[in-house]
Design a protein around this ligand. Structure first.
Ligand code: PEP
Ligand code: MG
Length: 590
């Protein structure tokens, strides 16, 4: 019988295939009291289990160190580090010892008890990203339990062919060629490694929010995926036919022949569209009336630079440098040399095309592990994030500024400062940049010239543009945050996601005025929020005068197609009408 499951759409496209279920069953744990004389041997059993998992992760790290970034994404490497950190965490191990020594619990019971204690702390965390790390903790605990039992760690099982015929006789694929889709409660890093090797056509997980690692990896792989599908791993059976609609966030199980045919058609359309778009790769992005448009890439790691070039980007409009800082302890932040090498790799990877390096933007939904405030702040998005965090630790900031300035001798580098609102912050930032230059000069360390830009992502900044334009060479509009702060909608909170509206007249007014003011003053302006990669927004942004868009590389050709079809002479008056309307969305539809 056909039924559907709704989750969060995280990676686009349609996948149709047979379900491969990753058993998520928790290991059966025996509960009994031990004799006092057994305390040491029980603690030893936990230690051995933990060491076996640590060894397994080290082996995995070795394997992936031999793979390229395509087969072993940086997210996977970071996840393995997080798992190692958790395994070595004293609170977990110390707690387990406590239950064994004080209560005489057997080793497994002690471990699961301590897991519950720590998991409760995760549940109480304000921050979505950190709450999601609970799943990582559960995974490693399960692995330790299995190791203690001498059982191998669960890996993705080979698909069991039940012999049950596909319910749709009209499905033409030979059984061995049938695509497989992965259904899991949650995917561990080692699962992802196998997944990365191209076995599966799509995947669904019960848990995970939009910022979960699974969602991040899915986007980097650009294959259909749905996360947060709650009970999918319980409802779907091994070998079931499944459709994953990554655009709608829907999973259709055991589809009827009519539904299957409909989605088969949709899937072919998506594939056709992709290959058709491929032909635009070397076409310059110029509108029908001859306006040149710059299509840039947003990247997270230096290794993404060649991917951006291959996707047709003419530069990097946003290098989110905070990804170099995340997943580390405060005292293990990347030093100047490590940062310099990373920025240099990104610059060289772009073969002479410009690279806009944004200074670190941690905080809110991007906390740095090990650097949590002792008290949980009520509104982290309004707290110590981005430039505020940098200015609160000038030494750390100057280290980054020096690394960026040094990387500028290898190509065209632009430096972008996030979340500025106050003139005082601008002055402090400029002074620290000057300090970094003076230090390098004094030490005889070569460095290059950088253009300096500010992100416009707080309404206060959008309303005081003249101040910003006095001090910066270019501006970049961060619509993700600009929408969040204009409408007072937490961008990470799903319960208010329906109010997160890029087309709210107030948002459009701030975006339009920023573009217009920059044009009047002859300063470069781009949009680097998600709006820039949304094809439904391309015509409007062009009509408002935008000529520089920065987005996820996978979106570049689709946006280029919109650009090629656009006539800005016609779009300009239309955009003004949209701007004046109290329901702008009604003019965009159709
Ligand atoms: C933005 O806010 O639009 C932006 C591009 O920055 P981030 O999404 O990294 O906050
Ligand atoms: Mg932002």
């Amino acid at each position: 019988m056909t039924f559907s499951i709704h989750g969060l759409a995280v990676a686009r496209g349609i996948a149709i295939g047979r379900a491969v279920l990753v058993a998520s069953s928790r290991v059966d744990v025996a509960h009994y009291f031990i004799e006092p004389s057994q305390v040491e041997s029980e603690i030893d059993r936990v230690r051995c289990g933990r060491n076996a998992v640590v060894d397994e992760i080290h082996r995995l790290q070795q394997t992936i160190s031999q793979l390229g970034p395509k087969d072993a994404p940086h997210e996977l490497r970071a996840l393995l580090d997080v798992h190692l950190m958790m395994l070595q965490d004293e609170e977990l191990i110390g707690g387990v010892k406590h239950w064994i020594q004080a209560r005489l619990y057997n080793a497994e019971w002690a471990l699961t008890t301590q897991l519950e204690m720590v998991a409760r702390q995760f549940d109480e965390m304000e921050d979505e990203y950190l709450r999601e790390r609970k799943a990582d903790l559960e995974q490693i605990t399960e692995k330790v339990l299995r190791a203690m039992q001498g059982a191998p760690s669960p890996v993705i099982p080979l698909p069991v062919r039940s012999g049950r015929k596909a319910s749709q006789q009209d499905w033409q694929l030979d059984d061995t060629d049938v695509p497989l889709v992965l259904i899991a409660h949650e995917l561990s890093p080692s699962d992802m490694l196998q997944f990365k090797q191209g076995v599966f056509a799509g995947f669904v997980t019960d848990v995970g929010g939009k910022t979960s690692h699974t969602a991040i990896v899915a986007r980097s792989m650009d294959i259909p995926a749905v996360v947060g599908a709650r009970t999918a791993s319980q409802l779907v059976r091994q070998d079931d036919w499944v459709i994953i609609d990554g655009d709608a966030g829907v999973v259709i199980v055991d589809p009827s022949p009519i539904i299957l045919a409909e989605y088969g058609y949709k899937q072919r359309q998506v594939e056709l569209e992709r290959s058709r778009l491929g032909r635009l790769l070397n076409t310059p992005a110029i509108t029908l009336d001859g306006e040149k448009v710059e299509l840039l890439a947003n990247i997270e790691m230096p290794e993404d630079a060649p991917v951006a070039v291959r996707a047709g980007a003419v530069g990097v409009g946003l290098f989110r440098s905070e990804f170099l800082f995340m997943g580390r302890q405060q005292n293990q932040l990347p030093d100047e040399e490590e940062q310099y090498q990373a920025y240099r790799r990104a610059v060289e990877g772009m073969n002479g095309l410009p690279v806009t390096i944004r200074t670190v933007d941690v905080g809110a939904d991007k906390p740095m592990d090990g650097n949590l405030p002792e008290t949980a702040y009520l509104n982290p998005a309004l707290g110590l994030r981005a430039i505020r965090w940098s200015l609160a630790d000038p030494d750390m900031f100057v280290t980054q500024l020096r690394a960026i300035l040094r990387a500028a001798i290898h190509g065209r580098v632009k430096m972008l400062i996030p979340m500025l609102a106050h003139l005082g912050e601008i002055r402090q930032t400029l002074a620290l940049i000057e300090q970094a230059r003076t230090e390098l000069m004094r030490e005889d360390v070569p460095f290059g010239v950088v253009e300096l830009g500010a992100m416009i992502e707080i309404p206060a900044a959008a309303l005081t543009l003249k101040t910003f334009l006095k001090h910066f060479d270019f501006l970049s509009i961060g619509t993700n945050d600009l929408i969040q702060y204009t409408l007072a909608i937490d961008r990470a909170d799903e319960s208010v996601a329906h109010l997160y509206d890029p087309l709210h007249p107030a948002v459009l007014r701030l975006v339009a005025d920023t573009i217009a003011e920059c044009r009047t003053q002859g300063k470069e302006v781009s949009v680097c929020g998600e709006m820039a990669g949304d094809v439904a927004m391309t015509r409007l942004l062009l009509g408002l005068g935008l000529r520089s868009f920065s987005m996820h590389p996978a979106q570049i050709l689709a946006v280029k197609q919109e650009v090629l079809r656009a006539d800005t002479a016609k779009l300009t008056p239309w955009a003004q009408a949209v701007l004046a309307h109290d329901e702008p969305a009604s003019l965009l539809a159709g």
